[in-house]
Design a protein around this ligand. Structure first.
Ligand code: GTP
Ligand code: SPV
Ligand code: MN
Length: 589
């Protein structure tokens, strides 16, 4: 008698028609075999799937070049197929479930011919965690198999854990033919199913990540009373040795990985890493909010990563760990056979090929590394890994930061008056778009809780769910809005950011621990300048004022944009949020 899992794999093999089926066991030996296959047998365009880099400075590292049309998430090709369009909401593309499956079945029929189907059993969350989920993804490329092994707890134990159960999360993935007209990333939340074809890139292909752990999990959370969020989890240790746990939502390529690995410039303070992208937030037995990171890897933006901006990330990448480290679409220093990207320490190497393998030099006006080029590395390599990382119950959260990338208008930090006001601060957040998705960069859009591309149901209901969560919390975390990205009249960032962000974190934990007061403004509470540790920084006085300036006139266009955004959600929009919106308008007048 075969199990539901075996039956499902057989069914999918009948449809996809691979040459052979390979069940991954998650072992070290297997990872090396898969990389060998990627280096010798599998190709994308003219490139092998993996190129071995020199292990001298970058231990166990490999370069992957994706298809040139397949370098970022494709939001326009991403669908959330809830039972009806209204449940998916205006924040998602929707297709009728039956129609979506007919379309996908056609595209999937025979798509693995001549290829291997890899079966990847994996857990999101620690296997002993009450919040963990067992999942299985199918894929036809070694890159995805090796990446999933770095990003998740993958292995044959999960098959035993699933046993005869039918409720595992299913993911079907194939590279297809890379034709964007035949590329779809589709979600079926009521069946715990993700079906993705035509892309091999990150969030489109590693189905445990955004597809399951955010889009589908957010829907599970809505029904079951928890939250799946696009958030960093960190512990901030103060000079007394007290650790305060904090989460932070920032949109894609807006500083989460940097914040998660922050190296403090203030003596006595230290940041411990628990997660850089996804947090599952549950109400614990004591009524506090607990966070776990369902992942075990970091899939971070490479350009700009250096000993100056993110030394702990550089150390993580240069640590010889148990797992391989992958570089996707970075440039290559040909002589050293090492990865290279804009913003790396040291001089530009003499002999560089760009992310597509074409000869490059700095006089060209193109980037050598793709702006969304990334590394995939085990979080266990990180020198700042929190000792609570594998705690199945997670860590209790005292503050939640909700931010965006705003070159104008939004202050460095604002504290919400209470949870309701905090949900409004999150809901009204705007951010300028980045290269993490295939769209125009630098366009302001609403990014509530950094979840615009990831909320798997109607965002109006999502705001209502956030409001409901606090009603069950004994100690709701304080909520703060942050913005590292304000620029001066010359277009330069005013706030130095990166390691210096500890100064803002210090104020936040001082507020949490009742050590300092705050000033009331029309938009929320901001620091008294005397309470901000600014020693050693060189910010012109006028610019410092700009970091906290609230210009009622300039807010008028923002109010209009927020209203237009909220209005789309019609009757799904909670009245509390509209009340908050009205008081903001009144306060600014
Ligand atoms: P995803 O992995 O896409 O979800 O994004 P992320 O939020 O983890 O992005 P990451 O930390 O990799 O941010 C990358 C971009 O943010 C780069 O352009 C960095 O230079 C920029 N960045 C990060 N932190 C700061 C900061 O404190 N100040 C400024 N000015 N830029 C920052
Ligand atoms: C993001 O775009 O927010 C990422 C990268 O973290 S991806 O996994 O491609 O979604
Ligand atoms: Mn992300």
């Amino acid at each position: 008698m075969s199990t539901p899992l075996e039956k499902w794999v057989q069914q999918q093999a009948k449809l996809t028609k691979p040459n052979d089926i390979y069940w991954c066991d998650g072992s070290e030996l297997e990872a090396h075999r898969l990389i060998e296959i990627g280096m010798k047998k599998e190709k994308i365009e003219q490139h092998n799937v993996f190129h071995e880099l020199s292990h001298k400075n970058w231990p166990n590292s490999y370069l992957h070049r994706s298809h040139p049309t397949d370098v970022a998430r494709t939001e326009q090709l991403t669908f959330v197929c809830q039972a009806d369009k209204e449940t998916s909401g205006p924040n998602n593309n929707w297709m009728d479930t039956k129609q979506a499956k007919e379309k996908l079945t056609k595209l999937t029929d025979g798509c693995m011919r001549g290829r291997t189907m890899y079966v990847l059993p994996y857990m999101m969350g620690h296997p002993d965690s009450p919040y963990a989920k067992a999942c299985v993804q199918l894929t036809d490329v070694s890159y995805v198999a090796v990446s999933m092994r770095i990003m998740t707890r993958m292995g044959k134990k999960v098959v035993e854990q699933i046993g005869a159960r039918d409720d595992f999360v299913r993911g079907i993935h194939s590279l297809g033919d890379f034709d964007v007209n035949r590329r779809f990333i589709m979600h079926f939340p009521d069946e715990n199913l993700v079906w993705s074809i035509g892309s091999g890139y990150g969030g489109n292909a590693l189905l445990g990540k955004k597809c399951f752990s955010l889009r589908i999990a957010s829907w599970l959370g809505y029904q079951e009373g928890w939250l799946a969020e696009h958030m960093v989890i960190i512990g901030i240790e103060d000079p007394q040795g007290k650790i305060t746990y904090v989460t932070a939502a920032l949109p894609s390529a807006c500083g989460k990985t940097n914040l998660a690995m922050l190296q403090s410039t203030l003596p006595g303070y230290k940041v411990w890493t628990l997660g850089d992208d996804i947090a599952w937030l549950n109400i614990g037995p004591d009524g506090r909010l607990y966070a776990i990171n369902p992942e075990v890897g970091l899939f971070g933006v490479a350009p700009g990563t250096s000993m100056k901006t993110n030394p702990n990330m550089v150390r993580t990448l240069k640590t010889a760990g148990f797992y391989p480290t992958l570089f996707t679409n970075t440039a290559l220093d040909v002589d050293a056979n090492e990865p290279w990207w804009e913003g790396m320490d040291g001089p530009v190497p003499k002999n560089v090929v760009d992310w597509q393998g074409k000869s490059w030099n700095s006089s060209l006006d193109t980037k050598a590394a793709h702006p969304n080029s990334r590394f995939t590395v085990s979080i266990y390599n990180s020198p700042t890994l929190s000792k609570e990382f594998d705690n199945p119950n997670g860590v209790p959260i005292s503050a939640i930061l909700l931010g965006g990338r705003r070159t104008q208008l939004i202050p460095l930090v604002t504290e919400a008056y209470d949870w309701q006001h905090g949900v409004f601060l999150g809901a009204r957040t705007g951010s300028e778009t980045t290269a993490a998705a295939a769209h125009q960069v630098g366009v302001l859009r609403r990014e509530p809780m950094a979840m615009t591309p990831f909320c798997g149901y109607n965002m109006g209901d999502y705001f209502g769910h956030w409001l409901n969560i606090s009603r069950k919390l004994t100690q709701p975390p304080k909520i703060f809005a942050v913005n590292w990205f304000r620029v001066d009249d010359d277009g330069r960032f005013i706030w130095p950011g990166f390691g210096e962000n500890i100064r803002v974190l210090k104020w936040i934990i001082d507020r949490v621990n009742g050590r300092v007061g705050a000033q009331q403004t029309p938009i929320g509470l901001i620091p008294h300048i005397k309470d901000l540790e600014l020693e050693g920084l060189n910010i012109a006085k006028g610019n410092l004022e700009k970091l906290f300036e609230i210009d009622p006139q300039a807010w008028q266009a923002e109010l209009q944009d927020i209203e237009t955004f909220f209005s789309q959600f019609g009757r799904h929009m909670p009245s509390e949020i509209w009340q908050q919106y009205k008081s903001l308008g009144t306060n600014l007048r």
